[in-house]
Design a protein around this ligand. Structure first.
Ligand code: VG1
Ligand code: CO
Length: 543
């Protein structure tokens, strides 16, 4: 088999964002685009000679072809082994688990997560390190630096490898091992949770729906919920991964998972509903008539994790991304554990998890996870909810009401303004940044500003610092507005406005979040001028 060295030139814009490189699929399909980036990853991590990498993706359009290219390039660069999910499929948490369980040198995950898939939609690729987590900024900086100086890449000439059949084969001296994508992940879940208790719950007449959104969790959810836990056949819907996710956005929130929301709000709703995203690391939780926001879900899981076997001994600490609400902070304070505030993106939790400082982590964007892997994990969150419901024997709405009565309620919402012209979006953010020093003491829409800053984070484990991670405005009475630009979009800029207000009066914890947040929403608009400057009447997506 011949190894070819291909001359190439740097391609602009191959800068990894919040979670790897995400671009339009057709951009990834341009000549040399994927190859340049893959070689830059290999060079950035010091080569792959003699190494073993896990390779898999969420099954979106181009997943299968990109994997064949990656395998050929691994072989040409002297890798010893590739562990590939059958049909090229691996959910992000399952890939993280495989990297850890097999002790590999890391892995390559092909996904643009919750972004739609297809020739005209999005594709993505990221490298995870030997701990199973997304590469740290020091690594992605090296990869990006390589993309700017790359002159050649190596690839072997060969036929496609058969990825449909489990087993080992040889590719230019490298072993390709095709493995069941689901089995070891299922086994991990069985070690963490009390499957008998959940089986009992499902036998007792408790009903549920899981919407896999035509994405990668379908096979995992079927195997775990229906086959092992005994949920009724048909509990998992949209369970077959499709290259374009059935034409939808595989984003588990009330907007993109509207059919599930409608079902859960109807008179004959099941007791519990859940959904996951394209690559299986996000989760949406909804009870009968009761949507649970991700920040609240993290807080409830932190308060009740001990009900599941793996967390019986208690949590070492918790961590949340900065824009996530302070609901989990209130739980941590009460049970007396540390709570860390990190920048957006799971890579920032890695050191805290590795060092045993945090057991549970979460983000407002429907990401929750623990130290069982180094990625957020959608199905894990669903199973932890089921485990706690099996123990508490209460409806979700009751769990939430009790939680808010005990801890107060952090009303929360995120408003997204999508595909804003990049210069304008930057200008809006710069305009707020310029006024950070003068805002405290002033009033916005009648609310007093008590503090304002730009979030920067120093990792308590390795001392590395990440700057410019979002603008924070604090208001009297525990309110907060955060502004930042998305690092996962592929078209123009997305401005995210995160809104929060603390309510401690037990008689006032059942309001509609948009109404409860009205004063903070008005103040955020007065300070930022987003609506007036973009000429939009409101956000594109409200979660
Ligand atoms: C978004 C979310 C962030 C999440 C990231 C990756 O990033 O806000 O919380 O970690 O997506 O999630 P951004 O930069 O667009 O705000 V996933 O499930 O898309 O890998
Ligand atoms: Co995802």
């Amino acid at each position: 088999m011949e190894t070819i060295t291909v001359e190439t030139r740097p391609i602009d814009g191959q800068k990894p964002g919040t979670s790897g490189l995400r671009k339009k699929t057709r951009t990834f399909m341009q000549p040399h685009y994927l190859e340049n980036y893959v070689q830059s990853i290999f060079d950035g991590i010091g080569g792959v000679e003699g190494k073993t990498l896990v390779v898999g993706g969420d099954g979106r359009y181009f997943n299968d072809r990109a994997i064949q290219v990656i395998l050929r390039m691994m072989a040409a660069n002297g890798a010893a082994r590739a562990v590939v999910g059958r049909e090229g499929l691996l959910s992000t948490p399952a890939a993280s688990n495989l990297i850890r369980e097999r002790g590999t040198d890391g892995g390559l995950i092909l996904s643009a997560s919750h972004n739609p898939g297809g020739h005209d939609e999005d594709f993505g690729l990221k490298y995870n390190g030997p701990n199973g987590g997304p590469a740290s900024e020091s690594v992605t900086d090296k990869v990006f630096a390589r993309t700017k100086e790359i002159a050649q890449y190596r690839i072997v000439e060969s036929q496609d490898i058969d990825l449909a059949t489990e087993g080992e084969s040889d590719l230019g001296g490298m072993t390709v091992e095709v493995t069941d994508p689901v089995a070891s992940y299922c086994a991990l879940m069985e070690r963490i949770f009390d499957f008998d208790a959940i089986k009992g719950l499902l036998k007792s007449g408790f009903t549920m729906r899981f919407d896999a959104m035509h994405a990668v969790t379908g096979p995992y959810a079927r195997a775990i919920l229906e086959d092992r836990l005994g949920a009724a056949p048909g509990t998992v819907v949209n369970a077959t991964p499709s290259p374009d996710f059935g034409g939808g956005h595989p984003d588990p929130n009330p907007i993109w998972a509207k059919p599930l929301m409608d079902e859960m709000m109807s008179p004959d709703a099941p007791d519990f509903g859940a959904a996951s995203d394209g690559d299986g690391d996000r989760n949406m939780i909804v009870g009968k008539g009761c949507y649970v926001g991700p920040s609240d879900s993290l807080a409830v899981l932190a308060a009740n994790a001990q009900l599941a076997p793996a967390y019986r001994e208690g949590l070492k600490g918790v961590a949340r991304s900065m824009p996530t609400s302070g609901a989990v902070d209130r739980v941590a304070a009460e049970i007396g554990i540390d709570c860390y505030e990190t920048p957006t993106g799971w890579k920032f939790f890695g050191n805290l998890l590795d060092a045993g400082r945090a057991t549970l982590c979460g983000e407002e964007s429907a990401g929750t996870g623990s130290d069982h892997v180094r990625e957020k994990d959608g199905l894990w969150a669903v199973l932890l909810w089921l485990n706690l419901l099996a123990e508490k024997k209460q409806p979700v709405a009751q769990v939430m009401a009790d939680h808010w009565a005990r801890f107060g309620r952090n009303y929360y919402s995120r408003h997204d303004y999508e595909a804003v012209e990049s210069d304008l979006a930057n200008d809006i953010i710069d305009g707020i940044r310029d006024r950070l020093d003068s805002l405290p003491g002033s009033k916005a829409a009648g609310l007093e500003v008590t503090g304002a800053d730009e979030f920067s984070y120093t990792d308590p484990v390795d001392g590395s610092t990440a700057r410019a991670q979002g603008l924070r405005i604090f208001f009297e009475g525990g309110g907060r507005a955060v502004f930042r630009l998305s690092g996962t979009g592929t078209e123009g800029a997305t401005i995210r406005v995160y809104l929060e207000r603390l309510e401690l009066d037990p008689a006032r914890t059942d309001q509609d979040p948009q109404e409860a947040l009205e004063p903070v929403i008005a103040a955020a608009e007065e300070i930022s001028g987003i609506r007036s400057r973009t000429g939009r009447s409101g956000p594109d997506v409200v979660t």
